[in-house]
Ligand binder design. Structure first.
Ligand code: GUN
Length: 297
């Protein structure tokens, strides 16, 4: 049996189509959703992500501002820019692309963003709200994983979800979101990480396996229970001489082998990746709805 291939691109397009009319309505009411994206330095992957975020704003009709700062930008200058954006009426969401250059303190920067404009969901206030089950903005990639599961009929309710990885951007929040007593969640969650012993014994118990460790093809077929749903959050660039660029994107899962064991699986690219931007757009629209007084959170 070959697994259902979960088409994240199609599902993200569906979400974005749903947002277009909402953006139009809010704009006509005088509350056009606005997003500011800040990129510091020239990290090639970050440049691609930021370009996609700008393009998505344009396609959906959001107002957007993009700041591309050099990697020598002093921390104080970035903090001052955030202060300005915090005060700007037309900006509903502020996103500072990570990672930041080493001389800039990431925690300090994330703390400076007004939690009401933190559409990335990384501010400790929003992390806390997520943990206590009263979320405002959920981090985009983790909520994209949840949305994929729900929209493909693989509701995690009552299932055993095993998360590989404990990063603040994916592992911890995805585990947290899926364990909440809430619709589209309510799972039993196990988190595995670099110090976990006998990982395969744990992953083999997963009804839903979420891989977010940043190791190409780490999850092999013998680590997956037959019929499991496998969500691959990994984005790894590996050498491949057969391609024009000499490299190729692969996930954390050995897709070709695991697709013969799993009942459903996300590809890389075209799985979780496109969902991240769709959820960012959704968070920005939500922020504008709050500004318009339509949502009380
Ligand atoms: N870098 C990798 N993923 C993300 C994300 O979701 N948001 C931001 N701001 N930076 C990232």
């Amino acid at each position: 049996m070959v697994a259902e291939i979960i088409d994240g691109k199609a599902i993200s397009e569906q979400i974005r189509a749903e947002l277009v009319s909402e953006v139009k309505r809010l704009t006509e009411k005088g509350f056009r959703p606005g997003l500011a994206v800040v990129l510091v330095g020239e990290n090639p992957a970050s440049q691609v992500y930021v370009g996609k975020k700008e393009q998505s704003c344009e396609e959906l009709g959001l107002y957007s501002e993009c700041y591309r700062l050099t990697d020598k930008t002093p921390e104080e200058e970035l903090l001052t820019l955030i202060d300005t954006l915090n005060k700007k009426e037309e900006i509903d969401g502020i996103l500072v692309q990570l990672p930041l250059p080493k001389h800039i303190n990431e925690e300090k920067v994330l703390l400076r963003i007004d939690p009401d404009k933190d559409v990335d969901g990384f501010h400790p206030v929003n992390v806390g709200r997520m943990c206590i089950g009263n979320p405002r903005f959920l981090p985009c990639t983790p909520s994209g994983v949840q949305e994929l599961l729900v929209r493909t009929g693989h509701n995690p309710d009552g299932k055993h979800v095993v998360v590989l990885g404990r990063s603040n951007i994916v592992g911890k929040p995805v585990a947290n979101i899926l364990l909440q007593k809430a619709k589209g969640a309510n799972a039993t969650v196990t988190i595995c990480h670099s110090a976990t012993k006998n990982i395969a014994e744990i992953t083999k118990q997963a009804d839903v396996l979420v891989a977010a460790i940043g190791k190409p093809k780490f999850v092999t077929a013998d680590m997956v229970k037959p019929g499991a749903v496998v969500i691959d959050v990994g984005v790894n660039r590996i050498e491949d001489k057969s391609t024009k660029s000499g490299t190729r994107l692969v996930g954390d899962v050995d897709f070709e082998a695991v697709k013969n064991v799993a009942s459903a699986i996300t590809p890389v690219p075209g799985g979780v990746g496109p969902m991240t931007i769709a959820m960012l757009m959704k968070n920005t629209v939500k922020s504008a709805q709050i500004r318009a007084g339509e949502l009380k959170i």
